[in-house]
Design a protein. Structure first.
Lengths: 332, 332
DNA sequence: GTCCATATTGCAACCGGTTGCAATATGACG
DNA sequence: CGTCATATTGCAACCGGTTGCAATATGGAC
């Protein structure tokens, strides 16, 4: 059924090596041979078996694309960017869903069985042990959307969550809010820890401003909604910096249910700028993460690490920016 | 760096065949040999190279997961289900993003180079030529979320869009709406064509009911919003059946902007029941597509077709159901 | 202990390619 | 036309496994 190199060689009247070289860029073949081979290949509908060649070349051009986040809509566009970026470079993503997986060794074994050339961890919540396990197995790894300080031995590309927290604080202060709050994701998530730390550190310079912190049990709509419902039973703050857009929208939903208005009664500031945040009936004011840039840079770094596996680990941080919409009162 | 069968064989003091057999379920090996091999493998940290073995066995256990829909949030959960379902069966999804790809031959070549055992097309908008091209290349294919009538030579698993259209009509009629409209996706999308046909056919029995049709240029928030803005300039209908949830939410946003209320002034019925539709500040009444069942059935069918490549093509249709929320007036 | 059916084992060829090396072809130059 | 450097080619070994087959080992029956 499937055409092999040998058949092409026979039809073209050349050796198998000649055919192989005709398909290898930069190999030594005369134009005459190349033409004969190309004709035979075309006639037969031949295309080389990438897996067979990987056996000798040691490169499969397959990349493990690893994530555990299949609920936050922002990740759909992240997968979109990654698949397109990898494909454009002739790389193939082997998608690995690590939801509920706790044992790094399993994933490592699996990805080694399939000889991926590198691993892209696309997650802000996967424990660093996973990235480290891949690296220990000798596979180039980049952790996209990861925490930059926790795993200095693995490349990380993402945003400066501490700075995001500071930016959030400055944004709220500038709008005249004096009673602020942070509503984070799970307390164990490093992204939440960093954003909170930045938020608080910036506010340290404003002793006149009141600030409180609380945490939702997950980065999800329901969790944000539940948490905000509880907060509303007490005296709520004037404005909340939420650790994530989905969380923000859950919070807004609870506020609306309580008969209060955003931004008139309570201001909400999100983080991520997922597509849904821009929908006019959501219109979330949020801090935009430059997804495209992070993805492209992650791929570039990964490719560079494939060429030089001993490359010294680095962190690449991209600045975020405020996207002004309708859930914060305007600047005075 | 990487441990091979040969090294394990040497350490265990057996032949390479013995090692291979120890890792092949059902092969003939004595317990004694198996134990020696397992110990050696453990000591060395050996795990077999799946790609190398695929050369002789002809099976890679890799599946091409092909889609062109990376904007509709419903597809994130679809990918979630697919990756988990495939992984649970020891299959590995090679993700292929066909956004902007128009030439089926390219995808076929790529997937053949990587010797995938089967292809899962997860899309309702990919032209049937793609599925057909995979089938013509001799690769088992299932088109999940595809149109059941257009490509009788390829397995299709999904919903009966015509019946969905009818169900939508019945739902609106039952709520006493007499001035109805269908707001579809692109006119070229077969899902839109079928839903519209079903909608109109059911209404044929109700000559007293007025009905009009229009189409958004894409299955997107913006497209739905724009189209509804235009519709509102004229005399809008009492209730709209929208071809998709995202479209519905765009329409709702336009209606709200115009100072009208949903469902008091205009009713909206969506289709899909994506996660966002359930968020309380959206609360879209919609027709639920049983995603999990469709995905599982698609995988089962794909696996069955891998065992019997000549399996006669079939269509599997799953019933949809109304999810009652807050964008239609209640039943009388 | 012998005989025979059955279970294990290793050899060697093969899967579909790549590549070092030596052999041969080519072309420039004198 | 001969010489020599360079370009092209084919041979054969190899990548990391699997598997048919023949050889050997095992164990039960007699």
């Amino acid at each position: 059924m499937v055409v092999t190199l040998k058949e092409v060689a026979e039809r073209a009247g050349v050796s198998r090596s000649a055919v192989s070289r005709a398909f290898t860029p930069g190999a030594s073949v005369s134009d005459k041979t190349r033409r004969k081979v190309e004709k035979a290949a075309r006639d037969l509908g031949y295309s080389p078996n990438a897996l067979a060649s990987s056996l000798t070349t040691g490169r499969t051009r397959m990349i493990g694309l690893v994530s555990n986040n299949f609920h936050n809509p922002i990740f759909l566009s992240i997968f979109d960017q990654f698949t397109r970026g990898l494909q454009a470079r002739g790389l193939r993503p082997l998608l690995v869903n690590l939801t509920d997986e706790v044992e790094p060794a399993n994933s490592v074994r699996m990805l080694r069985q399939y000889s991926v050339d590198a691993v892209m961890v696309a997650s802000s919540t996967l424990p660093p042990e996973f990235s480290q396990a891949f690296r220990d197995a000798g596979v180039p790894v980049v952790n996209a959307f990861g925490r930059y300080s926790s795993a200095p031995d693995v490349h990380v590309v993402g945003i400066d969550n501490v700075e995001c927290g500071r930016m959030a604080a400055r944004t709220l202060i500038a709008r005249g809010y004096v009673d602020l709050a942070f509503l984070g994701g799970p307390e164990a998530a490093t992204s939440t820890q960093d954003r909170q730390a930045g938020f608080l550190s910036e506010l340290a310079a404003h002793p006149d401003v009141r600030v409180t912190c609380s945490h939702a049990r997950a980065y999800s709509f329901e969790a944000g909604r539940e948490r905000m419902q509880q907060l509303l039973k007490d005296r709520p703050a004037q404005a909340y910096f939420c650790g994530d857009d989905v969380l923000s929208i859950g919070a807004i939903s609870a506020i609306a249910d309580a008969g209060l208005s955003v931004p008139d009664d309570i201001g909400i500031l999100g983080l991520n700028d997922m597509e849904v945040a821009g929908w006019e009936n959501i219109a979330l004011t949020t801090i935009r993460q430059p997804i495209r840039e992070i993805v492209n840079s992650s791929i570039e770094l990964m490719v560079a690490t494939m060429d030089d596996p001993d490359r010294y680990p680095e962190a690449r941080l991209f600045p975020c920016s405020i996207v002004e919409r309708k859930t914060l009162r305007p600047l005075p």
